[in-house]
Design a protein around this ligand. Structure first.
Ligand SMILES: Cc1cc2nc3c(=O)[nH]c(=O)nc-3n(C[C@H](O)[C@H](O)[C@H](O)COP(=O)(O)O)c2cc1C
Length: 415
């Protein structure tokens, strides 16, 4: 019977000392050139010494024209290599950079012309998102190349590998989603077509990266979608993936935060709402599965590991507040992972938008405090957090756009 403290060797040979993964959480702490900063070093060195066997960074973007938020790290040929190497050293030998493209899930302040597999509609949240346009095939090929370039750069900088983000409604997730991907070419249609881009990326990563580099993939569990997920698990296993993380949800229905589309709490038979999805993937492949979302007790974690539904569990928000909780849990000093975030009330529409923004924003601000060497602020208000998550990001995005426009005007040839 698998225990939380058992080591796990991934197919690439990377040895994890235990079965607890620190889940990816967007930091929004890059500088105005979208490079990592000293804040990343401090945050990830706290996570590295926190005790989790695997560390996933927040999503780093593969294309600086398409950000998830204004201050994402971008990994491309312009990335400051010295800063990246320093970040890799701080994050330790078992850290993977999560690489991503936001697709349609980027506010209109950050990207007024987002892209998606087959165009509209816009993300339906208070008019904050613009209607996306469909990608043409050459652009899909270019995006694939960008994922490979980003992975090469981070592995050369010293990270143990990458996680390809194909969950939570971002671009690769929307390619997999039959309600978002209505393409009629080779990148749409049945699960084979919808997963083509992801499978091509993973296959190319395994071809070009050193053998020791880990390639993980984060996937969505959707209700009633277990057959597709099992197919995908098998396919990604054959393609050489080293770890399959199962999560779920999107901006419009934030199940990853334990919330329904209307902002109310998800009721689930297991501690994690993605249990069935993880079970389907685990049954379909020998590749280790990491189940992420909702774990707050040692008991709930043990159930997932003992039942074989997952080979590892991922924990996000509790470790955003206190990275050292990982070690406390592993050493048996606590059986509980705190869940102290305040909630917002209010009428339906307000609750729907602000519930997720307050929850994410609150945890992001706690990460920022760790990055600034400050203790968590458990009294931080829900509305302060929600406003910070949306409005501060919009202001930073508008400022970045203005300075790009000024730079373009200055460098434009006269006449
Ligand atoms: C502030 C914040 C930022 C997040 N950013 C990311 C991200 O960059 N990539 C990702 O895959 N998931 C992201 N997530 C989701 C987490 O990885 C995780 O799936 C989710 O928090 C559920 O796990 P938990 O219940 O243990 O927190 C984020 C969650 C929070 C709270």
């Amino acid at each position: 019977m698998t225990s939380l403290t058992d080591p796990l060797t991934l197919p690439c040979g990377l040895v994890l000392p235990n079965r607890l993964g620190r889940a990816a959480m967007t930091e929004g702490l890059a500088d105005s050139r979208n490079d990592p900063t000293g804040r990343h070093f401090r945050l990830y060195s706290a996570n590295a010494s926190g005790g989790a066997g695997l560390i996933l960074t927040g999503n780093a973007m593969v294309d600086r024209r398409h950000l998830e938020r204004a201050r994402n790290v971008v990994i491309d040929s312009e990335t400051n290599r010295a800063m990246l190497e320093q970040w890799a050293r701080a994050a330790g030998p078992r850290a993977l950079v999560q690489i991503s493209h936001p697709g349609r899930q980027t506010t209109r302040f950050v990207q007024p012309c987002p892209v998606s597999p087959s165009g509209g509609p816009a993300v339906d949240l208070a008019g904050l998102f613009a209607r996306p346009r469909a990608l043409v095939e050459e652009e899909i090929v270019e995006i694939r190349t960008r994922f490979i370039t980003a992975a090469r750069i981070v592995v050369e900088a010293g990270f143990a590998g990458v996680e390809v983000h194909a969950a939570h409604g971002y671009l690769l997730s929307s390619f997999l989603d039959p309600s978002q991907n209505l393409r009629t070419d080779q990148y749409g249609g049945d699960i084979e077509g919808r997963s083509r881009l992801l499978v091509e990326i993973v296959s190319e990563l395994k071809r070009v990266l050193p053998e020791r580099a880990a390639v993980a993939v984060k996937l969505d569990a959707r209700d009633g979608d277990e057959a597709d997920l099992a197919w995908l698990g098998r396919r990604l296993g054959q393609t050489g993936s080293d770890l399959l993380e199962v999560s779920g949800g999107s901006y419009e229905a934030p199940a990853m935060l334990g919330l329904e589309a209307d902002g109310s709490e998800i009721r689930s038979a297991h501690e994690s709402p993605f249990w069935q999805g993880a079970a389907a993937v685990s049954e379909s492949t020998d590749v280790p599965v990491m189940l992420t979302g909702g774990f707050r007790t040692r008991d709930g974690i043990d159930q997932a590991l003992h039942s074989g539904v997952a080979a590892m569990v991922g924990v996000g928000r509790p470790l955003a507040v206190r990275p050292e909780l990982a070690g406390e849990l592993l050493r048996g000093e606590t059986d509980l992972l705190d869940r102290p975030a305040p909630r917002v009330g209010g009428p339906g529409a307000v609750k729907r938008l602000s519930g997720a923004a307050a929850n994410s924003g609150w945890h992001r601000l706690q990460m920022k405090r760790t990055a600034d060497d400050s203790p968590p602020d458990l009294k931080l208000g829900a509305w302060t957090a929600a406003t910070n998550y949306i409005a501060v990001d919009a202001l930073l995005a508008m400022r970045a756009r203005r300075s790009r426009m000024k730079l373009a005007a200055r460098t434009r040839p006269a006449g």
